[in-house]
Design a binder for this molecule. Structure first.
Ligand SMILES: NC(=O)c1ccc[n+]([C@@H]2O[C@H](COP(=O)([O-])OP(=O)(O)OC[C@H]3O[C@@H](n4cnc5c(N)ncnc54)[C@H](OP(=O)(O)O)[C@@H]3O)[C@@H](O)[C@H]2O)c1
Length: 333
């Protein structure tokens, strides 16, 4: 396993990490979930991602129970959680990034995790109803109290990241160190603006659904396996178009020609970018954790990278008139 810095912070995370959305406290029963976590930690993963909303707190409880058994020292691992989504429909303040909700949310998260701090606390979406300075002031307090070590954003726009960094500078507050967006071979919009802006501010990226919820393992190439996420969830099933499967079949072939599996090719493709700190994988079985960890050994040769791009044919482009190399073509020659 290799480790990378989270942006320009002093925190290091395994380049493959493990998330708990839909699985732990949810579709995967508790003992199997703990086996997935121990397999991850035994094989070099040091970063576990969660959120208060995952299985309505149950995912955090599974992680908390796991560490409370005492076999693994919590201090050796990076644990993250998130706040934003409504946690209690009866309480108008129990959602969003206001001071009161963040205070309530972190107390609940730490209780369920049975920990005194989380290493990274993500703002799970941008809250258009709360002044960003209010959010950043309570996060700054939590850092000073030792309840969170770093804060991050999730699915924020480039303009919102700019604003947060400007407020941090203006008021001397801690700035966001990491953004958590969706990023995989099939969904790569962040390359255009979000990546360069975050990089400018020394932020790293811990990316989610790196395997497009399993599609980029090739498991749906010849039908939907029983019990898979695609079998159980429409949001995956509906994406399985002939066009997309045509690409994944070609990518599987390409991986095979290079003695790789598609999941490893897909994760290595993400890790080709130095902006990436970690790919947060999901796993319903310990074997999947082991399969995914192998991607950390894969280095994409330029020729293979180019072959992949030809199959994907989806690199995000600036409109011709805005593209810097078109606009400045005389000076940039
Ligand atoms: N910030 C956000 O808004 C946000 C949103 C989504 C996710 N996340 C984070 O990102 C994490 C990962 O997201 P994700 O679960 O969508 O990631 P993913 O790695 O793209 O998909 C995980 C699923 O793919 C299948 N899979 C994984 N490895 C496999 C392998 N080697 N062979 C066959 N199947 C395999 C498993 O599903 P089955 O076995 O059930 O088919 C597994 O549960 C989440 O747990 C969460 O921590 C964050």
């Amino acid at each position: 396993m290799k480790y990378r810095r989270v942006g320009k912070s002093g925190l290091r995370v395994s380049e493959i990490s493990l998330g708990s959305w839909l699985t732990y406290g949810g579709s995967v029963e508790k003992e199997l979930a703990k086996k997935c976590i121990s397999t991850a930690l035994d094989n070099g993963i040091n970063f576990i991602d969660s959120a208060e909303i995952y299985a309505h707190g149950e995912a955090e409880k599974v992680i908390g129970d796991f560490f409370s058994q005492g076999q693994y020292d919590r201090k050796d691992y990076v644990i993250s959680s998130k706040v934003f989504w409504p946690f209690n429909d009866q309480d108008v303040n129990r959602w969003g990034l206001g001071r009161k909700n963040i205070r309530n949310a972190i107390e609940g998260t730490l209780k369920r995790l049975q920990m005194d701090h989380v290493d990274i606390y993500y703002m799970h979406r941008y809250d258009y109803t709360t002044p960003l300075k209010e959010t950043m002031m309570i996060l700054d307090d939590l850092i000073h109290e030792g309840k969170i070590h770093y804060w991050g954003t999730s699915v924020w726009t480039a303009a919102q990241l700019e604003r947060a960094n400007a407020i941090a500078k203006e008021y001397g507050l801690h700035k966001p160190m990491v953004e958590q967006p969706m990023y995989n071979m099939l969904f790569r919009h962040i390359e255009l603006e979000i990546m360069p802006v975050a990089k400018t501010h020394g932020m790293g990226f811990t990316v989610w659904s790196p395997l497009a919820q399993g599609i980029l393992t090739g498991k749906y190439n010849n039908g939907v396996p029983k019990g898979s996420r695609g079998d159980n969830m429409d949001m995956v099933k509906n994406r399985l178009t002939e066009e997309l499967l045509g690409k994944t079949r070609k990518l599987s072939q390409l991986a095979k020609q290079h003695d790789l599996k598609l999941n490893q090719l897909a994760l290595a493709w993400i890790l080709r970018r130095p902006e990436i700190s970690s790919t947060i994988t999901g796993a319903s079985k310990p074997e999947q954790v082991l399969e995914n960890i192998k991607a950390s050994e894969v280095v994409l040769e330029d020729a293979l990278w180019k072959e992949i791009e030809l199959v994907l044919d989806n690199a995000p482009q600036w409109p011709e008139t805005y593209a810097p190399n078109v606009y400045f073509k005389d000076i940039m020659r």
